[in-house]
Design a protein. Structure first.
Length: 137
């Protein structure tokens, strides 16, 4: 294969859309068997590490950015540098949104549980009720 003129990941990072950022965040969270999320979880769960929800959220974003930097082509920091509107607080909002989409329950910026997995429940028919005479009072 020949050398390409442009790096597609750099082009995507310089023109991030909401969907693209969500996918990038999800990829970073899941990379290396979920290493990013595993490191980040202690900052998300109550009572947190620092005692301040805002400091813990900042640390969660730092963990996300550090794991993104360890990827072959880091895209989140490139998106932050190229887009003035993508600040760390906006990145926290995007991270929290992705965690919710994945299936985590968040309340007041803290992880409080996971959404019930309904795909594994077997379909059990409701109890058969015999059609009989209605009760008459």
């Amino acid at each position: 294969m020949g050398q390409s003129l442009f790096n597609i990941n750099d082009v995507i990072a310089k023109n991030p859309s909401t969907v693209t950022l969500g996918l990038i965040i999800q990829e970073v969270l899941c990379a290396n068997d979920g290493a990013c999320y595993a490191e980040m979880e202690k900052y998300l769960m109550p009572p947190g590490v620092s005692g301040s929800r805002f400091f813990d959220q900042s640390e969660a974003v730092n963990v996300l950015l550090r794991h993104d930097a360890e990827q072959d082509s880091p895209r989140l920091m490139a998106a932050i540098k190229s887009t003035q509107s993508l600040t760390r607080i906006v990145l926290w909002d995007k991270l929290q949104k992705e965690l919710r989409k994945i299936g985590f329950q968040m309340r007041h910026g803290r992880l409080v549980g996971v959404i019930e997995d309904k795909s594994t429940k077997s379909e059990q028919p409701e109890e058969q009720v015999e059609a009989g005479q209605p009760d008459i009072a």
